[in-house]
Design a protein around this ligand. Structure first.
Ligand code: ATP
Ligand code: MG
Length: 281
């Protein structure tokens, strides 16, 4: 895939939407006590909510934690059409009649996996409600269509992600849902940590990683001038990978940072000025 200098994380193996841990830890650079807190929550079967902007490391964190805790990981990307049946399962018509097929949540509950519901506020209300009995002392999943009451296997843990401020208020989580979770707040890494992450993930040299982080800091300042989306660590990593693969830095910054962020000619011009000020090549 990327340049030869990249130390790629071992993704483990995947079967039927379940990711099993590989030999090597997915790379994750912590910012505080999140590893300890999550470990305690796991041991006490507490559900966890990861809050934070796009591209700041939430998915990488959960991949890392599943590896540390030696648990399979089931990830569901929620969308506004996601129903309870998409999570729990449905009857399928086959030649010899109907057969029940577990959805990803039921599979995770039965095998004791960590179930990560990404952007859960996007899901339909009926889907959000099915997770409630799994988040309290009952730890059960009622499957109405089969009449089954599945008890969560040891090791099952529910984790949701949530990007505050991104969705419309009408899509906010209900208090009865929110109050079932321990919440971990994520944000963009500090400049030093972001440099370290970029070097690890792309293989670029330190000076360039510093420049990219300085540039990101200044572009993030344009939020005051109407830039709705500011660059995430994900965009910086992608830009750095282009550069590591031989794309000239200015071009990489244009296609990797500027264009994805805005269509507004004034903001684009302002970002070009910042690139000229920061990148000396
Ligand atoms: N603390 C970190 N340690 C290691 N890599 C990180 C960290 N933070 C960000 N990254 C890098 O940024 C990329 C994007 O992070 P990730 O996919 O985890 O974001 P996310 O918070 O899940 O975003 P989204 O809300 O859009 O799903 C990762 O693939 C990784 O390269
Ligand atoms: Mg993610």
């Amino acid at each position: 895939m990327e340049g030869s200098s990249i130390k790629s994380s071992d993704p483990g193996s995947e079967h039927q939407g379940v990711r099993y841990p590989g030999d090597e830890a997915p790379y994750y650079l912590p910012f505080g006590h999140e590893i300890d807190v999550f470990t305690q929550c796991h041991q006490r079967s507490l559900a966890v909510m990861l809050k934070g902007p796009t591209g700041c490391g939430k998915t990488r964190f959960i991949e890392h934690m599943a590896w540390r805790l030696k648990r399979p990981l089931v990830t569901v990307s929620c969308h506004d059409d996601l129903s309870a049946a998409d999570l729990v399962g449905r009857f399928l018509i086959r030649d010899n009649g109907t057969v029940w097929q577990d959805g990803p949540l039921s599979r995770a509950v039965r095998i004791g996996a960590i179930c990560y519901l990404d952007e859960v506020v996007e899901a339909r209300q009926d889907a959000v409600v099915v997770i409630h009995p799994l988040t309290d002392y009952r730890r059960v999943l009622p499957i109405d269509k089969t009449g089954e009451l599945v008890e969560a296997a040891p090791g099952f843990q529910l984790v949701i992600s949530y990007n505050p401020g991104y969705q419309h208020v009408s899509k906010d989580l209900k208090p009865s849902t929110r109050q079932r979770f321990v919440a971990l707040d994520f944000d963009f890494p500090s400049p030093d940590r972001e440099v370290e992450i970029i070097i690890h993930e792309s293989g670029v040299e330190q000076g360039l990683a510093h420049d990219l982080v300085a540039l990101a800091g200044r572009i993030r300042g344009l939020a005051d001038r109407g830039l709705a989306e500011v660059p995430s660590s994900r965009l910086l990593v992608a830009t750095a990978r282009l550069i590591a693969n031989g794309i000239p830095p200015r071009l990489a910054c244009n296609v990797g940072l500027v264009s994805p962020l805005s269509d507004d000619p004034n903001l684009i011009a302002a970002m070009h000025d910042l690139i000229d000020a920061v990148l000396v090549d």
